[in-house]
Design a binder for this molecule. Sequence first.
Ligand SMILES: *Cc1c(COP(=O)(O)O)cnc(C)c1O
Length: 291
Amino acid sequence: MQTLNFPSPVESITFEGHSFFLKRDDFVHPDFSGNKARKFYYYLQNEFPNINKIVSNGSAQSNAMYSLSVLAKIKGWKFEYFVDHIADYLKEYPHGNYKAAVDNGMKITEQAGIVPDTFPKDVLFIEEGGRQKEAEYGVKLLAEEILQWKTENDMKVLNIFLPSGTGTTALFLQKHLHSDNVYTTPCVGDEKYLKRQFLELERDEYIHPVILSLEKKHHFGKLYKENYKIWLKLQQQTGVEFDLLYDPLGWRVLLEHPEVFTSPTLYIHQGGVLGNESMLPRYERKYKDIL
Ligand SMILES: *Cc1c(COP(=O)(O)O)cnc(C)c1O
């Protein structure tokens, strides 16, 4: 395997008339990148002589699923993944994260409810979306890269923004960045859900990230015209392809909270662009007239 591109580069971008720094974690590696590479870095770096297989669960197009298939391939482990349901269309026309993970040897099973305690000893069980303590190892390195970059650029206060799913990345990032504020927004559930996720990983609320959100309720994976619009604008104005599930909401929330970018603001590109293969055609079909 080609080595990981650490530290990931930081670029300057302008969006909607504002300047931001962009941490390109999407450039970490062609296959093992984004925040999943950070969250699973612990497993990549350490030896697990008694493990033969990874088991996890979640949705059939998840970024975590794809990254785990890459990890399993590198490690020479089997990978079994459980989903509640696979859409017929996806079975018939495999694409995106699903196809890439199957090509990497993933065995996928439709089955609701799994009981991790019953798995044999040679199984490494990874929680949905990679929400676990071991993620701290790689996210801490991300925090150290940011601190190093700050020093090199004589930067005093920095505000950091990244959209959350399980909140694991945002939480561990804030834990290791003592003097900079980490801001995030819940993409998967609501603020209460995200707060609960933080509490499960870290009881000290003092080191939780700041949660921001939109006025209106937002449903994960639903196609919103506003999300598609901002994604297209980002592409036009910055030349960067962002992910279609988390980043559009992230940028909408950030632009609605200009108090964040009164200090130099670093947005973290957490990868996930392979998932656009399934999201983009859906957006294009639904909103073909907005261009
Ligand atoms: C997984 C993922 C997230 C969410 O990360 P959490 O650590 O679960 O909050 C955000 N953006 C992208 C692109 C992802 O793949």
